[in-house]
Design a binder for this molecule. Structure first.
Ligand SMILES: *[C@@H]1O[C@H](CO)[C@@H](O)[C@H](O)[C@H]1NC(C)=O
Ligand SMILES: *[C@@H]1O[C@H](CO)[C@@H](O)[C@H](O)[C@H]1NC(C)=O
Ligand SMILES: *[C@@H]1O[C@H](CO)[C@@H](O)[C@H](O)[C@H]1NC(C)=O
Ligand SMILES: *[C@@H]1O[C@H](CO)[C@@H](O)[C@H](O)[C@H]1NC(C)=O
Ligand SMILES: *[C@@H]1O[C@H](CO)[C@@H](O)[C@H](O)[C@H]1NC(C)=O
Ligand SMILES: *[C@@H]1O[C@H](CO)[C@@H](O)[C@H](O)[C@H]1NC(C)=O
Length: 420
């Protein structure tokens, strides 16, 4: 055997180099929230589609209800066959998930992934789950000894980051979004996009400075409307972010939050499903109905509100209160059509900070509330981690398989002289 040592050393150096560059892509910082009870909470994942996917396919990646994905993004569910609508590659969406307490920390472990041919742990982590999980975390969660041997059809647990922080932020109701930092992001930009402050983001994520690294996962507090359903209700703890909707009670009830009010507003959903009675007892008011009666003492407001779903029954509660002024008509968060094209907004969600200088500011309107359809179709994300996104199916295979292929190539190349 001629002089194996240098070979081994260089092999190790190269392997380490490959692993390090690989690690740089997959290892991410994320906020750890210790927990002790078995309560779970509603949370959101910020997910960027790795390829064109139907709404139902996105939902099945995370094993969530397709309708809840649509309502969480204020996408109009009245479009025909909306679950089979194809969402474009690189679209940024919020995925509603349940955040539990596992081994003393907050995480979501209800997502499973069935491996397909050509999958590697890195491609699953970096591409399919868009950096919300790392290859190492999947390996650990599934006690995989040899990541190079993945059986096709293997059912992997995909641990996903989430935080609850008691459903509040600075004493106000909040739901937390797990956001994967993109190369274009600044902390100021993220804060601006989600109507929070740099200080708040730093506090929530226990950061010592404002620097962020692509791949980091930040917990972003979103202002929300909280429910007050009893413990025995199956939707106890429902919390809906400002500007969006949630569907509950077996698709019978839809609740919304904002604009202009922090009160959760629920009413019968328009979906064609059979539901238990939504009429308040001893009244002719239906869920969501509000009647007002002006008197000298003020405004007598009577409302029939939703109070949770228990044992297949919709709980309603009738309440009257005297208020100084009569409320105006209920306002609803604006709905958007199912996205078909990538807009600058959806790619850059969140957009860079208005005050941050440079190329981006020149092209992004100051108040970047561009509607999510119709503008700048197919705009590529500048600085997207893996080059062109024009062809999603090839993107996944070539980009995600690259590090693994490199390792195999190097192994083959370096092991062969050793075995001589
Ligand atoms: C969580 O919030 C509730 C009110 O929403 C409060 O009563 C409780 O003390 C909080 N718990 C912690 C640990 O902050
Ligand atoms: C909710 O969002 C709207 C517009 O998106 C905003 O004007 C309003 O201030 C927000 N409300 C809260 C309580 O954050
Ligand atoms: C009560 O709510 C139902 C269902 O949302 C609605 O169709 C009806 O118009 C409402 N009636 C009043 C008086 O607001
Ligand atoms: C308010 O109206 C409801 C029904 O319309 C009535 O039962 C209640 O007594 C009224 N309350 C006041 C303070 O007028
Ligand atoms: C739920 O419904 C079943 C049958 O409909 C009944 O036996 C049970 O007592 C109910 N449970 C509660 C908590 O109401
Ligand atoms: C993507 O690639 C496939 C096959 O490689 C091809 O059939 C398809 O037309 C391409 N799509 C686009 C949008 O280029």
């Amino acid at each position: 055997m001629p002089n194996p040592k240098p070979n081994f050393l260089s092999f190790y150096k190269l392997l380490c180099f490959v692993l390090l560059t690989d690690v740089a892509l997959v290892v991410s910082k994320s906020t750890i929230e210790p927990c002790s009870n078995s309560d779970s909470c509603n949370a959101l994942l910020g997910y960027t589609l790795y390829t064109d996917l139907k709404v139902a396919e996105v939902a099945s990646l995370f094993q969530v209800d397709p309708i809840s994905v649509l309502t969480a993004n204020a996408i109009d569910i009245s479009y025909p066959d909306v679950e089979n609508h194809i969402l474009p590659s690189q679209l940024f969406v919020k995925i509603p998930i349940l955040c539990s307490c596992v081994d003393g920390i907050r995480k979501s472990v209800s997502t499973h992934y069935k491996t397909r041919p050509q999958d590697t742990l890195s491609s699953i982590a970096d591409s399919i789950y868009a950096g919300l999980v790392s290859a190492d975390q999947i390996r650990e969660a599934n006690s995989i000894d040899d990541p190079s041997v993945l059986d096709v059809g293997q059912n992997l647990v995909v641990p996903l980051p989430c935080t609850c922080f008691n459903g509040t932020d600075n004493g106000l109701p909040a739901i937390y979004l797990s956001y994967v930092v993109k190369p274009v992001d600044t902390l100021a930009g993220i804060a601006a996009s989600y109507s929070t402050t740099i200080t708040d983001l730093m506090n929530v994520n226990a950061m010592g400075g404002t620097s962020i690294t692509p791949g980091d996962i930040l917990a972003v507090p979103l202002s929300a409307c909280a429910s007050n359903f009893p413990k025995f209700a199956s939707d106890h703890g429902l919390i809906v972010p400002n500007g969006s909707y949630a569907i509950t009670a077996s698709h019978c009830v839809q609740c919304s939050c904002g604009p202009g009010s922090r009160n959760l507003y629920c009413m019968p959903a328009s979906l064609a499903v059979s539901c238990s009675s939504m009429q308040c007892k001893s009244s002719n008011l239906m869920l969501g109905n509000v009647t007002v009666q002006q008197s000298s003492a003020g405004c007598n407001v009577t409302s029939c509100a939703y109070s949770g779903y228990a044992n297949g029954t919709i709980i309603t509660s009738l309440s009257s209160s005297l208020q100084p002024r009569c409320p105006g008509p209920q306002q609803f968060p604006p709905l958007v059509a199912p996205p078909t094209y990538i807009t600058r907004d959806s790619v850059f969600a969140p957009a860079p900070a208005p005050q941050s200088d440079g190329v981006t500011t020149a092209t992004v309107p100051k108040t970047s509330t561009v509607p999510s359809t119709g503008s700048l179709p197919g705009f590529p994300p500048a600085g997207a981690p893996f080059g062109s996104l024009s062809n999603a199916s090839t993107l996944m295979n070539s980009a995600a398989a690259l590090p693994a292929a490199l390792v195999i190539y190097l192994l083959a190349k370096l092991i062969s002289p050793l075995s001589l």
